[in-house]
Design a protein around this ligand. Structure first.
Ligand SMILES: Cc1cc2nc3c(=O)[nH]c(=O)nc-3n(C[C@H](O)[C@H](O)[C@H](O)COP(=O)(O)O)c2cc1C
Length: 227
């Protein structure tokens, strides 16, 4: 019998939100969200990573500087490698499908380079969210600590969902890591991992209507000794 729990419903419901209403999010709500994120487990309980939560003028200032860097064609200064190089064909296919779903929802044609570029630039505006979080980690942390931070990030996304809000991770923020460093006056030791947009989803926005697919169970699991 099928008994979907609140948890599985929440997992099924969560998706990346790329358009928001102008409703603000209270500091207390964000404190609850960040506290829930920190409940994530981590190797030796090191609890790696920091969340720099911005709204109002500080967010506006960061967005202005990111957009200026983007418009000036400033070189990308990502401080860590995110994707495999080279990207294997099957993963490239997943990346393309997610991109096509996004651009299709927005009615942006495959060959509309300017349209795609304009949508990509929305990353640097945190997709119009009232709250932008810059996620950082100490540069000396190993790969395992990035995994720990990933768990904290997932916990944060679920805590956002639990508050009836929406969010998306924004790796693109790390494209201009030094801009974020300067804007937030981050210690040099902190590496910029990504951004997260948080706010009330604009349910009427076309960009929020599509859902991404996932690989079937067989593609990423193996079970032994069960028969
Ligand atoms: C760490 C992280 C970084 C991401 N960076 C971006 C980004 O820069 N721009 C973007 O539009 N989406 C970004 N995403 C959203 C992913 O594209 C999205 O999670 C994926 O396509 C699966 O879709 P879903 O979140 O709607 O289930 C990011 C997600 C994560 C977890």
């Amino acid at each position: 019998m099928d008994h979907p729990t609140d948890f599985s419903k929440m997992m099924a419901r969560r998706h990346s939100v790329r358009a928001y209403t102008s409703d603000p999010v209270a500091r207390e709500t964000l404190e609850r969200i960040c506290t829930a994120a920190r409940r994530a487990p981590s190797g030796a309980n090191l609890q790696p990573g920091s969340f720099h939560v911005l709204t109002g003028q500080p967010l506006k200032a960061l967005i202005g500087q990111l957009q200026a860097a983007d418009q000036a064609g400033a070189p990308i200064d990502l401080e860590y490698s995110y994707f495999p190089k080279p990207m294997p064909a099957d993963l490239k296919d997943r990346q393309r499908r997610a991109g096509y779903a996004l651009y299709q929802a927005l009615g942006i044609a495959r060959r509309d380079v300017a349209g795609r570029r304009a949508q990509f630039a929305r990353n640097y505006a945190f997709f119009g969210a009232p709250v932008g979080i810059v996620v950082t980690i100490d540069r000396n942390m190993g790969k395992g600590c990035f995994m720990d931070l990933g768990m904290a990030l997932m916990s944060l996304l679920l805590a956002v969902e639990n508050e009836g809000l929406g969010a998306t991770g924004i790796g693109a923020i790390a494209n201009y890591a030094q801009v974020a460093h300067r804007a937030l006056q981050l210690p040099e030791q902190e590496l910029v991992v990504c951004g997260v947009a948080v706010g009330v989803p604009d349910q009427s926005a076309a960009v929020n209507q599509f859902r991404t697919e996932r690989a079937g169970l067989d593609a990423f699991t193996s079970f032994r000794g069960f028969d």
